[in-house]
Design a protein around this ligand. Structure first.
Ligand code: C2E
Ligand code: CA
Ligand code: CA
Length: 841
């Protein structure tokens, strides 16, 4: 049972109790009056009987002729009953009048429900009895001696009658309408008082006329009728005026843009305006129903839920004046049978139309607000990942940096996925998108509440770190973020690893957010260039004037004008110092920026679609150099770096082989250095390209070995000839047992798979010796030579070291080590027996 239902039952019980009480008192009064009345009936003259009959009829008529006021489903009326009773009491015995009242009222209220009839009869019996006693207590005689002797007792008796009437009726009305007794008492008090006064005057006049001349009584009915009409018209126009005022106030109150407010106002105001027990509004848009009463909304939910109140339902469609729009329906519900007056019907139509407009306005406003919100969201977020976009990041960062007393340090981590374009190109954009979404999720998961994770576009992400306790914490946090990307991504059953590089910058003192972003960008390129996962911005290494993004536009010209040149870095036999091959490393000879390193333009080249032209240009220059060296007596192979994306091109092997033929070089004079990436490991086309090249005799090397994610599983798929130990291991091999272990196991692997192993980044003699002692035969690095133009390298080889042409370093003189290692070295593919004589035996 709901609360309103329970309350209603309680109200009902109280009403019954009250009515019961009234009826019991009235029955007692009637019972005591009966014997006296019966006794006086014995001595009654026909005139007396006629008077009593007329009186009964007058009381009945006075009850029937009334001004009606409807409150909820109950209509309340103000009648002439008490005037008729008073006149009766003045001229006939009180007990008889009580009986006449009981009979008259019973007849008058025959059409009413029993409970109302009982109450009406009971109340008026009590009123008649009270007024009768009052009159008896005065010095009343009929006919009266003078006017004063008439007016004073009648006034006293009338006062009691009026008081009793209100005292009994008001609590019942208040209970039935759910209003406060005090409020009910004040309602229309002025009109009620005036009504009482008029009826009192009529009663007194009637008595005076009766006293003076019986015949004048004929003048009473027209007088009463006109007074009655005037009074009820007054009451009606008063009610109407109030109703219009309320309607005007209500439609005014509906003039708000919030739909919920509109509905709440409409429900409470309609309940009050139409005295409805419940008001229901059903909106077509959104299928929403709200219900409630004067107290507010009691239900808000979908259409179709049954209402609590049944009885009369008065519906009003919520449509515009022209009936073209139809937003829903308004229903007034009443417990009892109710018929709206014409005025009320008109009010209802007006109200419904105002509500229709208000609802439409609110709905339109909500839609506008939603669209505006959506725009604001879309303007600040990346549609694919839901992360903040570049603009939002810049805004937030700017705000953070401009907050004077912001707590802690602000830093930015820029994260760039390596070789992401391959994912797109090989697995399709949908897969690429999935990876980006997963990357976004992981970054979000790894970020802290105060961080802002953003996608800057493409495969570039950024995380704004706010409130760091110290600048150094930024590096730690960046590690955590990048570590989150370490585990392979699950893509339709495939596992894909994505490598990422990170750049960190800590809030600059000037330049704001743009500078912070630029520095993070520079740091990221420093990381890529240094072969590290993460780098922190260092001003000393900042070559900002070469903004890498502007380089993109220069690329087509660079290819057309042959601005790409190749430097060669020799690879030497660690034992003898003899040059065994050379790696071709691309440079961009930019007309205004000068020499530019490959890490700064390679990605732009790969993205630009100019990769085939670029790769061909580099290969050409490398093969020309190798041919020249051979012609000069140094028949060393040349190693060329290959972009993973080139391996996706089925025409690549054909183009390489054609270049080799054009320069009249056997395929085994060319080493192609491959980096381990997703593309290499997972695609058939790559398998075919590499098999074709290998079958034709081209040598394959795995570059940066040890840094990739699946080095070993990769090796089983791609049969290469050579491994290149990544520079980072060589650099740290003396201090890091881990790095040394990687080198050792790579060398073991090389021996067991019969692969050549080349150590990159050899910068010192101790490194060279340590590598040599571990069984590494070949090395490359600044210790021997930096990358240089082909001609310079030829000259260096011709000059030689210590008078021996072809060498770039003095041989190692550790006989024990050489003898011990020579057996191992014999087993490796690259070691040639003819070199052994150079070594001390
Ligand atoms: P990589 O293949 O690992 O090349 C070795 C890089 O290490 C070169 O940088 C080289 O200059 C540098 N290096 C050599 N010895 C030392 C040393 O002792 N110490 C230090 N600190 N560095 C040393 P570079 O020329 O900047 O090339 C960077 C990367 O760019 C290369 O790494 C390679 O992956 C790529 N790359 C270069 N040229 C080409 C090209 O023609 N095509 C493609 N696809 N990639 C290229
Ligand atoms: Ca390389
Ligand atoms: Ca390398």
């Amino acid at each position: 049972m709901t609360l309103p239902q329970r309350r209603e039952i309680e109200t009902d019980q109280r009403l019954r109790l009250l009515v019961g009480l009234v009826v019991v008192v009235a029955i007692l009064i009637t019972a005591t009056s009966l014997p006296v009345a019966a006794r006086s009936a014995v001595t009654a003259t026909p005139t007396d009987i006629a008077v009593l009959v007329v009186l009964t009829v007058a009381i009945a008529l006075g009850t029937l002729v009334k001004a009606r006021v409807r409150i909820r489903s109950t209509t309340h009326s103000i009648s002439w009953t008490e005037a008729a009773i008073i006149i009766g009491l003045a001229i006939a015995p009180a007990q008889s009048v009580v009986l006449c009242t009981a009979v008259g009222i019973t007849f008058a209220s025959l059409r009413l429900p029993p409970i109302k009839m009982a109450f009406s009869v009971g109340k008026n019996v009590i009123v008649a009895w009270g007024a009768g006693i009052t009159l008896a207590m005065t010095t009343w005689t009929w006919p009266p001696e003078n006017t004063v002797a008439l007016i004073v007792p009648v006034a006293a008796s009338y006062l009691v009658a009026a008081l009793l009437d209100d005292l009994l009726a008001i609590p019942v009305i208040a209970l039935a309408s759910g209003t406060k007794i005090a409020k009910q008492f004040r309602t229309n008090l002025d009109l009620r008082l005036a009504g009482f006064a008029v009826r009192f005057v009529v009663a007194v006049c009637t008595l005076l006329i009766l006293d003076a001349n019986f015949k004048l009584l004929l003048a009473i009915p027209p007088l009463v009728l006109s007074l009655h009409l005037g009074y009820s018209t007054r009451i009606r126009s008063r009610t109407e005026q109030q109703a219009w005022q309320r309607l005007a106030r209500t439609t005014d109150a509906l003039n708000v843009v919030d739909l919920d407010t509109v509905l709440t106002t409409a429900v409470t105001q309609a309940a009050e305006l139409f005295s409805a027990d419940e008001v229901e509004i059903e909106l077509r848009l959104g299928g929403r129903t709200v219900r409630g009463g004067t107290g507010g909304i009691t239900f808000d939910g979908p259409i179709g839920t049954p209402a609590e109140v049944d009885g009369t339902i008065v519906p009003a469609p919520l449509e515009g004046h022209d009936r073209t729009v139809d937003v829903g329906i308004l229903r007034l519900r009443f417990r009892g049978p109710v018929q709206l007056s014409e005025r009320e019907q008109y009010t209802l139509r007006t109200f419904a139309s105002a509500l229709c407009t208000a609802v439409r306005n609110a709905q339109a406003y909500a839609e506008l607000a939603r669209v505006a919100d959506e725009h604001a969201y879309a303007a600040a977020h990346d549609a694919l990942t839901g992360l903040a976009n570049r603009r939002h990041l810049l805004d937030e960062g700017t705000e953070q940096l401009s907050t004077r007393h912001a707590d802690g340090v602000t830093a930015l981590v820029l994260i760039d996925l390596n070789h992401f374009k391959e994912v797109n190109d090989t697995l399709g954009h949908a897969a690429g998108d999935q990876v980006l979404v997963q990357v976004a999720d992981r970054l979000r998961g790894a970020a802290q509440a105060s961080d802002l994770v953003a996608r800057l576009g493409g495969d570039e992400f950024a995380v704004l770190l706010r409130g760091l306790p110290a600048p150094a914490v930024a590096a730690h946090r960046a590690e955590t973020l990048l570590a989150a990307l370490h585990e392979p991504f699950e893509l339709d059953g495939m596992r894909i690893s994505v490598e990422a590089s990170g750049g960190i910058s800590v809030a600059p003192s000037s330049g704001g957010m743009a500078e912070l972003l630029r520095r993070a960008d520079v740091a990221m390129y420093q990381a890529k260039r240094a072969g590290q996962r993460i780098a922190t911005y260092a001003p000393t290494r900042d070559t900002a004037d070469l903004g890498r993004l502007t380089l993109g536009g220069d690329l087509p010209r660079a290819v057309a004008d042959h601005e790409f040149v190749v430097n060669f870095q020799p690879i030497v036999d660690l034992g003898t110092g003899e040059v065994t091959s050379a790696e071709a490393l691309a440079r961009w000879h930019h007309p205004t920026h000068g020499m530019i390193d490959p890490l700064r333009f390679l990605e732009a080249v790969e993205r630009s679609g100019l990769l085939p032209a670029f790769a061909e240009a580099i290969l050409d220059q490398a093969l020309i150099a190798a041919a020249n060296w051979r012609d000069a007596g140094f028949d060393v192979p040349v190693a060329v770096n290959v972009s993973p994306r080139s391996l996706l091109d089925a025409r690549f092997p054909g183009s390489v082989l054609a270049r080799l033929r054009a320069h009249d070089l056997p395929p085994d004079r060319l080493v192609l250095e491959l980096t381990e990436t997703l593309t290499l490991s997972q695609l058939d086309v790559v398998d075919r390209v590499l098999s074709r090249l290998r079958d034709e005799g081209v040598r394959l090397a795995l570059d940066d070995f040890g840094t990739g994610y699946s080095s070993l599983s990769l090796l089983s798929r791609i049969p290469v000839h050579e491994l290149k130990i990544d520079r980072s291991f060589v650099t740290t091999m003396e201090s890091s047992a881990e790095a040394a272990a990687v080198i050792r196991s790579t060398l073991d692997l090389g021996r067991s798979l019969n692969l050549d192993v080349v150590a990159e980044g050899v910068e010192s003699e101790p490194q060279r010796r340590a590598l040599w002692e571990l069984g590494c035969v070949a090395g490359q690095g600044h210790l021997f030579a930096r990358p240089m133009p082909a001609g310079t390298l030829l000259a260096a080889m011709q000059r030689g070291s210590g008078g021996r042409p072809g060498t770039l370093a003095a041989p190692l003189h550790d006989a024990g080590a050489v003898i011990r290692l020579s057996q191992n070295r014999r087993q490796t593919g690259r070691s040639r027996p003819d070199r052994l004589p150079h070594l001390p035996a």
